[in-house]
Design a protein around this ligand. Structure first.
Ligand SMILES: Nc1ncnc2c1ncn2[C@@H]1O[C@H](COP(=O)(O)OP(=O)(O)OP(=O)(O)O)[C@@H](O)[C@H]1O
Length: 294
């Protein structure tokens, strides 16, 4: 099932926990050098999928290839080609940031320079601080540093910026863009849709263990979901809206009809978050009767 430019291939992946279908027939590819975002609400099955790809979790069914290897059979050489930032590692060690990174760098054949990694994640002032004394967001940066110190071919980032302040998130995005430019393949999960829009080339949306959409980050939800919305308030106070490919024309005609500025006029271009929410809500509604019967 291997084609040369796919770093990850997943076919009909299934994972059950007792009666629960956590992952229910998911298929997708991640091309080499691509940043792929796996999006979905809490409990959708993202972490389970990622942990199977990382070789940390067994699967119930389906086929998986990661860098040409079945993760269930991946040895140390294969693991050394991966970088992993788990959802929460809770790095609370008594060692310093630099010591921990040096220790981890020793596990890899061709690690990055530890000082460079510390600078990349913005922890230079804390390099000699014990990890246990760092703030939550700073500890998260240590997790990210540990994920990239081995110069991975494939980097798994499971909600990497949770707890980051806004400036740290933007700094982190720059780090990821640098890794992308070097050719690193990245699988990202995040609940920050702006983060996915900033970083990902393609995305898959997973809900209830199923892939509900997949495509370029600008294609998720379909073209119709991106049609701008013009909204304004009528003279009688009612909110009016019109979806249109020509918002300028609609605004002009509304202004002309008003003979002036209409109240609460806005042109809304749906963000990835708007589109994602619509997609996930429509799946929720469709799934409701089944959930009740289950
Ligand atoms: N070890 C486990 N035993 C039983 N059920 C589990 C286990 N791990 C996950 N689940 C269940 O499987 C489903 C998928 O969980 P998963 O952690 O993969 O979701 P997720 O998309 O990563 O969610 P989040 O965004 O909250 O991290 C959930 O219903 C969860 O309760």
């Amino acid at each position: 099932m291997t084609t040369n430019d796919a770093a990850v291939q997943v076919r009909e992946l299934r994972k059950t926990y007792g009666q629960k279908n956590a992952v229910d027939g998911v298929s997708f590819d991640i091309r080499t050098g691509e940043t792929f975002a796996l999006l979905g609400p809490n409990g959708a099955g993202k972490s389970t999928t990622i942990e199977i790809l990382e070789g940390y979790r067994s699967r119930t069914g389906g086929e998986v290839s990661v860098l040409g290897t079945d993760p269930a059979k991946g040895g140390l050489d294969w693991k050394a080609r991966l970088g992993i930032v788990l959802q929460s590692t809770g790095e609370t060690g008594l060692v310093t940031v630099a010591e921990q990174l040096k220790h981890f760098a020793g596990f890899y054949p061709n690690p990055r320079d530890v000082d460079e990694v510390i600078a990349a994640v913005g922890l230079e002032p804390q390099a000699k601080t014990r990890i246990a004394k760092l703030s939550g967001g700073q500890q998260r940066r240590v997790d990210v540093a540990l994920g990239i110190v081995g110069r991975p071919e494939l980097l798994f980032l499971d909600e990497p910026t949770t707890g980051f302040d806004p400036e740290a998130r933007r700094h982190f995005w720059q780090v990821i863009r640098g890794l992308k430019a070097e050719g690193t393949t990245i699988l990202l999960t995040t609940h920050y849709l702006d983060e996915a829009a900033q970083l990902a080339d393609r995305a898959g949306v997973i809900a209830g263990g199923r892939l509900v959409d997949i495509g370029g980050i600008d294609e998720i939800g379909g073209a119709d979901a991106r049609v701008p919305l013009v909204r304004w308030r009528d003279r009688d106070g009612a909110l009016r809206e019109e979806r249109t490919h020509e918002p300028g024309r609609v605004v002009a005609s509304v202004v002309a009809a008003f003979g002036g500025e209409p109240a609460d006029l806005e042109v809304i271009r749906p963000s990835l978050e708007d589109i994602y929410l619509q997609l996930v809500r429509s799946v929720d509604i469709a799934a409701e009767p089944e959930e009740v019967l289950a």
